[in-house]
Design a protein around this ligand. Structure first.
Ligand code: ASC
Length: 148
């Protein structure tokens, strides 16, 4: 491999190893990023919730496809709450109570993982319970750390 190619590869690995919070060009980008990730989660969770509540006929494959997106995207917003990215609907408490915020971030990732697993197991009651746990987790964090 040419030296220039090696250098480019090294630079790329270094960029990936940086905390994601350091990857935003400006604080507004971090705000937009976390809001976008929340929006995507809302869209896909809504589809599973509609099926779980019976508003839409249950389709196991669609439930899993949507739940997997929620589980994957639930990993993303947190990098958008780095130091100096206060703003949007985020309450300043997020930056004052990092341990509590992190705990809720982790709870969402765990609950959405359980939801995806429940859709794969094909037990509608388990899916309903998992949707409710995910919703409750969203609500707990929003009630605590989101304004408006
Ligand atoms: C959503 C969404 C939320 C949560 C919450 C659950 O789809 O956008 O904020 O679920 O409504 O109570």
């Amino acid at each position: 491999m040419k030296n220039s190619a090696l250098l480019a590869l090294a630079a790329a690995s270094f960029a990936l190893a940086l905390p994601a919070s350091a990857q935003f060009a400006k604080p507004e980008d971090a705000v937009k990023y976390r809001q976008s990730a929340m929006f995507i989660q809302n869209q896909h969770l809504g589809r599973v919730a509609a099926m779980a509540s019976g508003r839409v006929p249950y389709d196991a494959a669609a439930a899993t496809a949507n739940a997997e997106v929620v589980a994957m995207i639930s990993k993303l917003p947190w990098a958008g709450f780095g130091p100096g990215t206060e703003g949007g609907k985020a309450k300043p408490d997020i930056w004052k109570e990092q341990a509590k915020f992190k705990e809720l971030n982790e709870r969402l990732m765990a609950e959405t993982e359980k939801l995806a697993a429940a859709t794969k197991a094909g037990n509608l009651d388990a899916v309903k319970a998992a949707v409710s746990s995910v919703g409750e987790t969203c609500k707990t964090c929003h009630d605590t750390f989101r304004s408006r």
